[in-house]
Ligand binder design. Sequence first.
Ligand code: AMP
Ligand code: ZN
Length: 452
Amino acid sequence: MNVFNSLTRQNEELKPLEGNQIRLYTCGPTVYNFAHIGNFRAYTFEDILRRVIQFNGMTIKQVMNLTDVDDKTIKGANAQGVKLTDYTKTYKDAFFADLKKLNIQSAEIYPAATDHIPEMIDLVQSLIDKGVAYQSEDKSVYFNVRKFPGYGKLAHIDFDHQQTGARCASDEYDKENVGDFALWKAWEPSDGPVAWDSPWGKGRPGWHIECSAMSMKYLGETFDLHTGGIDNLFPHHENEIAQAEASTGKEFVKTWMHCAHLKVNGEKMSKSLGNFFTLRDLLEKGYTGREIRYVLINAHYRSGLNFAFSALDDARKSLARIDACVEKATEGTVPEWANKHLEDFTNAVNDDLNIPSAFAALFSLVRDANGKGAEGTLSVFKRMDEVLGLIFFENEKKEESIPEEIAALLEERKVARAAKNWAESDRIRDLLKEKGYAVKDSKEGQSVTRIA
Ligand code: AMP
Ligand code: ZN
């Protein structure tokens, strides 16, 4: 399996550093609002990544942090006059519900920043002890970027031609403003009740230190893989490397991967621009998690993806085509041509997660199965779906795509059939057909499909 490593800017084989397990850290959500589908582009990319790793027979230990203390969460909680933990709980719960809707596999560990303050304090202390961090006159603690020779290696900053030396208290800034960044932020009145004691006085951790402390706690000082959206590359990931490597003297992460942004009319979908849709917004419009997942994964993760409703409509049609074919697919000896499509699929996903090309292999399978007969193809669909997570996404198909009115008619029909009232059963079947749904009866009961 080959992937593009943002650190070396090369395609490289992904092999576990130890045993058969890939240790993966993914930067998780800041839980101050509902995640938008741009965020979910990053999380579906990471889901595909972990599925392809397992598809190749490796095991995975994934850690995804929850940023539940930072400038934005504090501002939100204080504006509403509620405790920080109560404020963030709403969005943590919503996040996990959304992951399920998109059939994103769970990470093994979801550490919250506020549960790891002692680990962060220890890491800051070790950086002060090593002489790469200092407490400034504003009482905050900063990392001195000039003291870490490797600074800039991920973002490829040409350090010598830059005006540096300034300090930057906020968590996010651009490359032109490289400077010493905050590890520990001294308490300010606007922080309200949010503060922890530390050797440097009352305050709270900076955002970057969270990820270094929590990743090393759960994955070790050196681990395989670290990912995020491209906007995380600088300064966040650059700073994570500096903090970890300056403290341990060891290489922090072997492979870095970053996904491109989901855009709207050419601009990054983001909360600050106001051009975003949450998952809830789209579900309310009648789209399913399955359709949204289809759109988010069906572009190469390093290419820009422009969001459009027409793509969701196309996804619905494509999924109906796949479903109709899979209905006919059976177990048994796999035809040679189907194995060939599986081979193409495998080569595509192992070539830096080329999902558009993998979809092409899937649709070749559908086309041939429709033409030559679908006998023996079921295992191939199942194998492909280990990566895609779309085809056998049963709950979603049944629960989400059936409107309440149709569900109620099905329930009435069930009662009629139990009472052996066949005339009523047939009447409801015809009514469902008029409304665009075909009913099938089997030993397990009735099932419906939308008539495309
Ligand atoms: P945040 O909650 O802003 O820290 O972002 C969580 C994750 O979503 C990070 O990995 C970001 O890089 C990613 N992200 C934010 N906006 C987008 C977008 N429009 N497209 C893709 N990924 C995004
Ligand atoms: Zn992070």
